[in-house]
Design a protein around this ligand. Structure first.
Ligand code: NAD
Ligand SMILES: O=C(O)C(=O)C[C@@H](O)[C@H](O)[C@H](O)COP(=O)(O)O
Ligand code: ZN
Length: 360
């Protein structure tokens, strides 16, 4: 049992290990990739820590210093970054210290950015505890939010290792399984690897998957991401495809107030809007109703509530990192599995917003 991928990047490569029970071997695994580490600092989401911190700590001979993070998107802030950096410095972090993130995407993004800027960079290890973090822990995007928009401050900073123990997902609330599954669906829609077919044949509810089947799901979804980030680590081209659904998704998250919508819920609606845009702009013949039904079957909201002001969403979208010279660019699908990054006229975006807005 257990699976491993090695992600090749500009720094060499790093392992992504997926194995039930891996949390009990955390120190050994960190030492394998950082043999001369002077100390380990664990940045831990409070909810994840309440279930798994003792297991992780039991793997250490010398217990690491633990910095707790309050659960929620609000922790991806400049204030929390400052607090974490201060605590790392006050507890003697040096250039050979290792920062390890125990939690979901929020913890990984914040801790990774702290590791990237602390003393101009210390080693970083991801210990993901959510389904969504199969996406966020791989590829080296780290960062925090700004009141203007999601992830507007950050750095590409690859982990030294990703230590994924899927047994830790068992305590995830329903909505967090759903949120993570949106990124699984995203990977399936942008890839021609047969993942979409595999998913519909093998996964009814990700929560019901037993040990090996869950490892297989994570492995296959990470494989899609890995092949893209290996080709384009710093998003000069094809990596933007991983942003399918995120132009509107990020705008929804920021406009609703960080944490009101989960990342995955917002991305799911963003994917539907991007598919409408693909119809308008590329005359793409996409199975939109099937994808909508798939999302509904997994409990996603597929209609944008009337409370969202379309003009405000548009203004948010214009601050997206893909925007160039004020022109919105979207990841569209020419057909399933064939994403492209395309400039889109504001009028078409308004039409797509109307298409996804709730009738009642
Ligand atoms: N860096 C990237 O490439 C990338 C990719 C996708 C998403 N993201 C970012 O990731 C974030 C979302 O990540 P997330 O969905 O993991 O959210 P999260 O980190 O906020 O975790 C979701 C919730 O689950 C709780 N939790 C975590 N692990 C748990 C466990 N094992 N048992 C019970 N509860 C647990 C947390 O306390 C939190 O309440 C967003 O900020 C998004 O922008 C980053
Ligand atoms: O890894 C990537 O590249 C992604 O775009 C993955 C996304 O799922 C993720 O939400 C990412 O944080 C978005 O990046 P951003 O550059 O749009 O902030
Ligand atoms: Zn995402």
């Amino acid at each position: 049992m257990g699976k491993r991928l090695d992600i090749i990047n500009s720094g060499g490569s790093y392992p992504v290990e997926i194995e039930h029970g891996l949390r009990f071997r955390t120190e050994e695994k960190i030492r394998q990739v950082c043999p001369d580490a002077t100390s380990v600092f664990l940045i831990a989401d409070e909810n994840a820590a309440s279930h798994y911190l003792n297991d992780v700590l039991s793997s250490f001979q010398q217990p690491p210093h633990v910095i707790f993070l309050q659960p929620g998107e609000g922790s991806k802030s400049i204030e929390e970054l400052q607090r974490v950096l201060t605590e790392l410095l006050e507890h003697g972090a040096d250039r050979k210290s290792v920062v390890a993130a125990l939690g979901g995407g929020v913890t990984g993004d914040l801790a990774g950015f702290a590791a990237a800027v602390l003393l101009r960079g210390v080693s970083f290890v991801q210990i993901p505890t959510t389904l969504l973090a199969h996406d966020s822990s791989v590829g080296g995007k780290t960062g925090i939010n700004h009141p203007s928009g999601k992830n507007l401050i950050g750095a590409f900073y690859a982990p030294a290792a990703v230590l994924y123990d899927p047994a830790m997902l068992q305590t995830l609330p329903e909505g967090e399984w759903r949120s993570g599954f949106a990124e699984v669906i995203k990977h399936s829609l942008i890839s021609r690897s047969g993942f979409l077919e595999w998913l519909s044949d093998n996964v009814n509810n990700p929560r019901d998957l037993q040990d090996e089947a869950l490892e297989e799901l994570l492995y296959r979804s990470i494989q899609v991401k890995a092949s893209i980030v290996e080709e384009d680590e710093f998003e000069a081209g094809v990596r933007a495809y991983l942003n399918f659904g995120h132009t509107l998704g990020h705008a929804i998250e920021a406009e609703a107030g960080y944490g009101t919508w989960t990342h995955g819920e917002a991305v799911a609606l963003g994917m539907l809007a991007a598919m409408h845009l693909s119809r308008f702009k590329l005359q793409a013949d996409l199975p939109l109703e099937n994808v909508k039904e798939l999302l509904e079957n997994h409990g996603f909201q597929t209609a944008l509530p009337h409370s969202f002001d379309h003009q405000k969403l548009l203004e948010r979208m214009k601050r997206d990192k893909k925007t160039e010279a004020g022109n919105l660019r979207f990841v569209l699908l020419r057909e399933l599995g064939m994403p492209e990054l395309i400039p889109v006229e504001t009028e078409l975006v308004k039409e797509a917003l109307k298409e996804v807005t709730s009738d009642d």
